[in-house]
Write a protein that binds this ligand. Structure first.
Ligand code: HPA
Length: 273
């Protein structure tokens, strides 16, 4: 079975369950899952019910689609995502993005929890992702290319849509939020980075580091889906504070700052074209 056929099968299944065609797709990372509770007339669809979808196992990730209206807009959210460190194939991580495109979504909002690499950042900050560095050692476009999905050699000069970024800046300013900006470096994980790696990544131009988002952004660029991406800085990266890192602390900060992040994302959704 080709990847296109799997995407079509998953899209057809979702179409049969969705209350209406979604305009926007959102991937809710750690701390943002609560945004799904604000969706009106919500319909939940566990990934395990969707043809050719793997199971999501990461802590703090619910593992379902939630569809309905957010800020008046028809949306389709992933409450929880697939990570490469869970053992999923890159093609499986890219699949939901391609399904969003097949369903007619016009933009993709990606969110995540990330470690701050830039010393100007503070725990609890939000960062608009303006570009990324793929340090995962893998690419979702590896293997046979299906031209029906996108081109063999995909331009990556403008993955993160500048118009959507401008909207995010305006909404954040209106809410009195200091929205940081920078480059997200995708690391395979699941171990956190060493202090030496973080120093190296800073030299390379990274402002934040995390274990997701990059594969989805590459898949979106490939199929022509404009992306807006934002990180919640849940911790300063390894070696920056003398403190050790823990997954529990990441989830704790994500939950603490979650409501503010959710309000920002909801208002951005309302303002998107
Ligand atoms: N490193 C990698 N991924 C992360 C971090 C980090 O420090 N914090 C949250 N996700």
């Amino acid at each position: 079975m080709t990847e296109s056929q799997k995407i079509q099968a998953a899209a057809e299944f979702l179409r049969s369950r969705l209350p209406e065609a979604p305009e926007l797709a959102l991937v809710l990372g750690s701390g943002l899952g609560g945004l799904a509770e604000q969706i009106e007339n919500a319909v939940s669809i566990p990934y395990r019910d969707v043809p050719y979808f793997p199971l999501s196992t990461a802590p703090g990730h619910a593992g379902q689609f939630v569809a309905g209206r957010l800020a008046g807009r028809p949306v389709l959210c992933m409450q929880g995502r697939f990570h490469y460190y869970e053992g999923h194939e890159m093609s499986a991580i890219a699949r939901p993005v391609r399904v969003f495109k097949a369903l007619g979504c016009r933009a993709l909002v990606l969110t995540n929890a990330a470690g701050g690499v830039n010393y100007d950042f503070q725990v609890g900050d939000f960062m608009l992702i303006t570009d990324h560095i793929n340090f995962m050692g893998a690419n979702p476009l590896r293997g046979e290319n299906e031209e029906a999905i996108g081109p063999r050699f995909c331009d990556m000069s403008r993955v993160y849509d500048t118009g959507l970024q401008e909207i995010a800046r305006q909404v954040a300013a209106g809410q009195g939020l200091n929205l940081q900006e920078g480059v997200y470096l995708g690391y395979m994980g699941p171990s956190y980075e060493t202090p030496a790696e973080i120093r190296a990544f800073r030299t390379l131009g990274a402002d934040a580091v995390g274990m997701s988002t990059v594969p989805e952004a590459i898949a979106a660029a490939h199929c022509g889906l404009p992306v807006l991406a934002m990180s919640l800085i849940t911790n300063m990266a390894a070696g920056m504070t003398g403190k050790r890192l823990s997954g529990e602390e990441v989830i704790e900060i994500a939950n603490q700052r979650g409501p503010v992040f959710q309000k920002l994302v909801a208002e951005i959704v309302a303002a998107l074209p």
